[in-house]
Design a protein around this ligand. Structure first.
Ligand code: ATP
Ligand code: MG
Length: 200
């Protein structure tokens, strides 16, 4: 694979749209130097949401375990100690959350796209995501309060967690002809081996 062409899928979830954060979020990703090669407004179906999360067969267990660990790290008791069961509950809530209104689906491309986008997005739980990240700066939710209210953690964004997941997710959300191959003039300074030609 051409490392300059690594792709990742980003969704701005319904809370991001309702909060008027589309521009702010895109601005943060755009400043990295990555290239936007696909963009659309979508009203997802529950079926699409389910396919989306289950592109990774281990997602239920991983996601369930992560929230169990978050409870334990705060000295709290998780609602269930079985990761798979936790994952199933999370998926049901996600279906409601992501079908509640339009989302923005985007594909970003470039060197280290998956890792760079995840770094800027921040960790899953806004209460503990780092300052400077989208989730850390622009919203306020936590696992506990989401669980008390029996709803999804509202954290503005989905970003693919690996190159393999990204490929599968992009295929779900975009047709090949919706992704555009083009050159950004600013890419030379990021990728060219020789910087000859800058000085006159
Ligand atoms: P990562 O970026 O590490 O993949 P993620 O944000 O995609 O994290 P997942 O664990 O894949 O998180 O979960 C998907 C989404 O489900 C989260 O973004 C969040 O909206 C919601 N979610 C996760 N865990 C919980 C939970 N314990 N309770 C409610 N909603 C949850
Ligand atoms: Mg995830």
């Amino acid at each position: 694979m051409d490392f300059k062409k690594e792709k990742t899928l980003v969704l701005i979830k319904p809370d991001g749209i309702q909060r008027g954060l589309i521009g702010e979020i895109i601005h943060r990703y755009e400043r990295t130097g990555l290239k936007l090669i696909g963009l659309k407004l979508v009203l997802p179906t529950e079926e699409l949401v389910e396919h989306h999360y289950l592109v990774d067969p281990d997602w239920k267990i991983k996601s369930g375990q992560k929230s169990i660990d978050a409870y334990l790290a705060k000295g709290l008791t998780p609602p269930s100690s079985e990761p798979e069961k936790m994952g199933e509950l999370i998926l049901e809530k996600l279906k409601k959350y992501l079908t509640s209104g339009p989302v923005i689906a985007m594909v970003w491309q470039g060197m280290n796209a998956v890792g760079v986008i995840r770094k800027i997005t921040g960790a899953t739980e806004p209460l503990t995501s780092d300052v400077g990240t989208i989730r850390g700066d622009l919203t306020i939710d936590s696992y506990e309060i989401a669980d008390v209210d029996r709803r999804s953690v509202r954290n503005l964004i989905h970003a693919s967690s690996s190159i393999i997941d990204a490929e599968k997710e992009i295929n779900l959300w975009f047709k090949p002809e919706e992704l555009i191959n083009y050159r950004l003039v600013g890419e030379s300074i990021l990728y060219d081996v020789n910087l000859d030609g800058i000085l006159e």
